[in-house]
Design a protein around this ligand. Structure first.
Ligand code: 5GP
Length: 185
C-alpha cells in the first residue's frame, strides 16, 4: 500500500476543519500538514498547531527559496504548504492538506498522484449559519467568504472526488473509503 497525499478543499465554513480533525484522530497513519500563514492568530489558536504563524517578510523569503508546495493569498494574507514538512511526513504515512481549491490544483500539477477531494455543503444557507455561529468574523468578512464559496464550488469538476457534508460521520466514513481504495491502487 502506498502512502498518499490527500488534498481536502471546500468553501470555508463547510466543516472541513472538523472532518480533517476527525480523520486524523481515527487514522493514526494520517498526518495533517500544517500550513504557514501571515494572518493574525485567532483566539484559541497556537503557533505550530493550526498554522505556523510567520511574518510577511519571512513568507516572501520562503517563496524565494522555493520552500512551498503551493501558496496563495486570501483576504490580504498569505497561506502556503511547506514543502519539506510534507515530504518528511509522507515518508512515515499518509498526509492530508487542508487547502483552498487553487492550492489543490497547484499541488496536483506537481504531484499528479495527489487525491483531490472537495467537501461541499448541503446548502449555502447552512454555511452562512455555521459561519455566524462560529462568531469569529464580521458580517462583511462572512459575505466575502460566501462569494468565495461560489468560486470554489465552480471548480468542483476539476477535483477527483466530491463529498457532501450533510452528516459529519457519513462524510468522514466516505472519505476513509476513498483513501483506502486509493492506497491499494
Ligand atoms: P482561515 O483563515 O479560515 O484559517 O483559512 C482561510 C483559507 O485559507 C481557507 O480556505 C483555507 O483552506 C486556506 N488555506 C489554509 N492553509 C492553506 C495553504 O497552505 N495553502 C492554501 N492555498 N490555502 C490555505
Amino acid at each position: 500500500m502506498r502512502n498518499v497525499l490527500i488534498v481536502l478543499s471546500g468553501p470555508s465554513g463547510v466543516g472541513k476543519g472538523t472532518i480533517a480533525k476527525l480523520l486524523t484522530e481515527r487514522n493514526e497513519n494520517l498526518f495533517l500538514s500544517i500550513s504557514c500563514t501571515t494572518r493574525k492568530m485567532r483566539e484559541g489558536e497556537r503557533d505550530g498547531k493550526e498554522y505556523f504563524f510567520i511574518t510577511k517578510e519571512k513568507f516572501l523569503q520562503k517563496i524565494e527559496n522555493n520552500g512551498f508546495l503551493e501558496y496563495s493569498s486570501h483576504f490580504d494574507n498569505f497561506y502556503g504548504t511547506p514543502k519539506q514538512f510534507v515530504h518528511e511526513k509522507l515518508e512515515g504515512g499518509d498526509v492530508l492538506l487542508e487547502i483552498d481549491v487553487n492550492g489543490g490544483l497547484e499541488v496536483k500539477k506537481n504531484y499528479p498522484s495527489a487525491i483531490l477531494l472537495m467537501v461541499v455543503p448541503p446548502s449555502i444557507e447552512e454555511v452562512r449559519r455555521r459561519l455566524i455561529s462560529r462568531n469569529t468574523e464580521t458580517v462583511e468578512q462572512i459575505e466575502n467568504r460566501l462569494s468565495r464559496m461560489e468560486y470554489e464550488l465552480s471548480k468542483k469538476e476539476l477535483y477527483d472526488y466530491t463529498v457532501i457534508n450533510d452528516d459529519l460521520l457519513t462524510a468522514v466514513a466516505e472519505i476513509e473509503d476513498i483513501i483506502k481504495k486509493e492506497k491499494s491502487r
